[in-house]
Design a binder for this molecule. Sequence first.
Ligand SMILES: CC/C=C\C/C=C\CCC/C=C/CC(=O)SCCNC(=O)CCNC(=O)[C@H](O)C(C)(C)COP(=O)(O)OP(=O)(O)OC[C@H]1O[C@@H](n2cnc3c(N)ncnc32)[C@H](O)[C@@H]1OP(=O)(O)O
Length: 292
Amino acid sequence: MALLAGRTVLLRAGVRLGAEAATRGGNGARRFASHRVLVEPDAAAGIATIKLKNPPVNSLSLEFLTELIICLEKLENDKTFRGIILTSDCPGIFSAGLDLREMCGKNPAHYAEYWRAVQEIWLKLYLSNMVLVAAINGASPAGGCLMALTCDYRVLADNPRYRIGLNETLLGIIAPFWFKDNLVNTIGHRAADRALQLGLLFPPTEALQVGMVDQVVPEDQIHSTALSVMSQWLAIPDHARQLTKSMMRKATADHLIKQREADIQNFVSFISKDSIQKSLQVYLEKLKQKKH
Ligand SMILES: CC/C=C\C/C=C\CCC/C=C/CC(=O)SCCNC(=O)CCNC(=O)[C@H](O)C(C)(C)COP(=O)(O)OP(=O)(O)OC[C@H]1O[C@@H](n2cnc3c(N)ncnc32)[C@H](O)[C@@H]1OP(=O)(O)O
C-alpha cells in the first residue's frame, strides 16, 4: 500500500513493493530499486541519485508514477538523505512526459486515477524538503520538462537533440494551470506566455538563455556538475533553506491543492472529448510512423 494524496491506496497489479531489490550499498546505506526507479544512495554525502528507467522513453505511465511516488516518500522520510539528483537511465531521453497511452481510449475512472497520480508526483517533487537537482541527460518534453521544473536547480547536457519545454499545444492539448504556474515561476510571465502558446521545445543554448535551465555542460560532466551544485546547496542549513523554499513555493502548490478535485474533473472531461482523443491518437500514430 502507498499513501497517495493523504489517502491510502492499493497499488495496482504489477507495482509490487515486494518486487523491490533491497540491498546494502558499499557505504552501508540501504539501496532500493523498484522495476523502473533506480536509487543510488551515497549515505556519507546525504545524497540519493534517482535514475528513471522506464524504456524506451521514460514515459510517465501510472505504474511508473506510482513507483516514483513511493520512492520519493521513502527518501523524504529517511533522515539519511538531504538531497536528490534526478536523472535518467535511458540513453538520450530524460522523460517523454506523460504516457499518451494513459490518456487515450480509457474510461473516465482511469483518467481520474491517472491525473491524481500526476498531481501527486508534482506536489511531492515541488514541495520536497530535500534539495532536488535535475541532471537532464536527454530530451525533456512536456511532463518531462515539468518534473525538471520542480527541481531547485537544472543542469542540461549540451546536445542539440536534448530539447526541453512544455509542448502541449503541439498535441492539441493545454498545459494545466499548475504546469503554467511552475513555468512562470521559473522563466517569468512573458517568456512563459510565448513558450506555452507556441509549445516551444528549447535546445540547450536557448533553454539556458530563457532560464529554463541553470547550466549547460558537456554530457560527460553532467553528474559531476550536479554533485558539485548539490554540495553548494547542502552547505546551507536545512531549516533556513527549507522554510525559504516553502515560502517561495507554498502559494503555487496551494493553488492546486485547493482545486485538486475540480482539476481532476476538468482533466477528465477535457481528455474524454472525441476531438481531443482524435488529436492524441493522430499524434501517437505520427510518433510511431516516424521510424518507418
Ligand atoms: C481545460 C483543461 C483541463 C485540464 C488539462 C487538459 C489537458 C491535459 C494536459 C495533459 C498534459 C500532458 C503533458 C504531457 O506530458 S503529454 C506528452 C507529451 N510528450 C511528447 O510530446 C513527447 C513525444 N515523444 C517524442 O517526442 C519522442 O518520442 C522523444 C523525443 C521523447 C524520443 O524520440 P525517439 O526518436 O528516441 O523515440 P521515438 O521513436 O519517438 O519513441 C519510442 C517509442 O516511444 C513511444 N512514445 C514516445 N513518447 C511517448 C509518450 N509520451 N507516451 C507514450 N509513448 C511514447 C513512441 O510512440 C515509440 O513507440 P513505438 O513506435 O516503439 O511503439
